[in-house]
Ligand binder design. Sequence first.
Ligand SMILES: Nc1ncnc2c1ncn2[C@@H]1O[C@H](COP(=O)(O)OP(=O)(O)OP(=O)(O)O)[C@@H](O)[C@H]1O
Ligand SMILES: [Mg+2]
Length: 328
Amino acid sequence: MALLEVDDLRIRLQTPRGAADAVRGIGFALERGQTLGIVGESGCGKSLTAQSLIGLLPPAARATGSIRLDGQELLGLPERALCGIRGSRIGMVFQEPMTALNPLHTIARQVGEPLRLHRGVSRAAARQAALALLERVGIPDAASRLDAYPHQFSGGQRQRIGIAMALACGPDLLIADEPTTALDVTVQKQILALLQELVAERGMALILISHDLGVIAQNVSRTLVMYGGSVVESGPTAAVFAARAHPYTRGLFAARPALGAPRGTRLATIAGSVPELVDLPPGCAFAGRCRYTADACRSTVPPATRLPHGHLVRCLRLDEIGVERGLA
Ligand SMILES: Nc1ncnc2c1ncn2[C@@H]1O[C@H](COP(=O)(O)OP(=O)(O)OP(=O)(O)O)[C@@H](O)[C@H]1O
Ligand SMILES: [Mg+2]
């Protein structure tokens, strides 16, 4: 049995212009120790998907379908039961570490808190565990800084503290939603390297969410490309990037910043902007922006086509457009 199995996950939002599906029936499975990336432009449903996995959707959102952790259905579990899973079996790292950290509590207290809450360990034992975790994530001089407050650390250090907190109970799954977007490039690399090490060392599964194709390409073994609430392409990261099949993936690939491009170089962008949810066509979500759109694309949800190496794509025009290889 896979650690996490998501089937036909749909997240419906009440918006001022009516109900709209922000996530439109996605599915994936994740084994223990496996790493999965979710990539796509702003608004494609990455964060809502992550929030649904830990039962923290906004009040305006309702999820249907199935989310199973070790076979246990999480959708519809009462808050009390979800609370026992969140922070214990599933750890979450946020884009902005202060989302997770309380400015009024010392870092020792916060990093040890999940252990007190979920494992009922003593204050002294939690403090000891917090120290070990803070040392592991690379907080310099952790022993003498246990009683410092979050604002006394740099952004990168705060993200390390957030990671330590997410790891406290030894979760089976770590979800990191844009964990490095708020950090500068050097610190970003260090944090991603730390996540890699921790995943390898602890055998956790990782879901890494990013709008940055480069971050995904270098850090996860499997990738989901999302657009307009749908997974348009998925598979082993190497296979997806070596043979881009969906026009949206090609667009993202062409728009990625070239390594070593001089500062200020204009990025190629995908024509058009992400439409509002209620305006998405009933067929392929990308139909309004795609240069290959045919009439059928607007009305028919494309079925998944299997390519070699477990690579899947949902595009009605695949036969005509083929796949794109090499460095475009
Ligand atoms: N609390 C909310 N209330 C209303 N609409 C929301 C809420 N959260 C998200 N949405 C809408 O749902 C859609 C998906 O949002 P989501 O936050 O999942 O996108 P995302 O892929 O994480 O984008 P980003 O890269 O900007 O973080 C967007 O259209 C967004 O406006
Ligand atoms: Mg997001």
